[in-house]
Write a protein that binds this ligand. Sequence first.
Ligand code: ATP
Length: 361
Amino acid sequence: MAGLNLKGINKIYPNGFHAVKSIDLEIKDKEFLVFVGPSGCGKTTTLRMIAGLEEISDGELLIGEQVVNNILPKDRNIAMVFQNYALYPHMTVFENMAFGLKLRKVKKTDIEAKVNKAAGILGIENLLKRRPKQLSGGQRQRVALGRAIVREPEVFLMDEPLSNLDAKLRVQMRAELIKLHHELDTTFIYVTHDQTEAMTMGTRICVMNNGSIQQVDTPREIYNHPANMFVASFIGAPQMNFMDGKLIEENGQLLVDYNGFKLPLPEDKVKVAKEKGYINKELIIGCRPEDIMIDGDTGFDAEIEVIELLGSETYIYYSAFGKTFIAKEGKHFTKVRGDKMKIAFKNNVHAFDKETEEAIF
Ligand code: ATP
């Protein structure tokens, strides 16, 4: 079993592109850490450096206590599962899973035992004689996982392993991977651009943008306390609503003034805003879609532009003073496009600095 430590890791590709910028990150033993961020942010490059498939330009990578910068991939005791599965088409499922062990000259009886055990964990015992082309996408994905499991690695690395599956299977495999992590009780490092996968699977999430880490924390903390506007907009679907606002003091009470509508702040936020010196300052207010109230007596005038019915919930797009606001309601939402009403933010709003985009509260 092993944790990992990334100390000041950089990747500069031969063409001069700085893809990963001074990453410091401790990944604990047995944790399920998810790297998430938009396309091109450096997730795969980071994972490949951990795997040893990509040279580290600068910094130190430790697996357990050992610096592994110059250790070959095969000697790092990690297994990687790729997006395209990378199965050998001419081999059966059994042979695909056994291949790495054979190369390592593991005894035949041991290979059989390990493959059968992994097949049992993944529920693919009845597929061992088939070739990859006789399998569905989900079954192929299980075989690719099986091939990693038989190696009994200290660390599993997974690069978008579910992205080739259809939506329903992806949800099912997501739950299976969470179960697998519990069963194997070892370190998982997972790369995805899908914030739902990150939120549902990670014990911790590392949000990346432009080669840098934006925030590392539990899914709950990242959702409730995003470190900056990038994280706030990337995590959560539909995304957070933003608008300009100002903190003002009236009759001793601290209020957020957004477009003339005044919202009293709760104690804890008043304290933070005062400590950080944001009274009478322009800032950006953020409100999650589930924190928009409709049809009250106060708020600003809005009109429904679009309604998306998802089954258990409804997304409503309101237009107000030339902007669109997205709200989330339950399945019993009965209003229709064109309806007019007042909408307002609940007082658990977020606030961000206008220049740095860092979170204030
Ligand atoms: P995706 O989700 O699209 O795979 P990613 O976050 O995994 O994105 P990386 O594949 O790590 O991103 O790439 C990070 C950046 O490095 C991208 O801008 C990419 O174009 C660039 N890059 C990747 N490989 C090379 C290379 N061999 N030479 C130069 N630049 C590269």
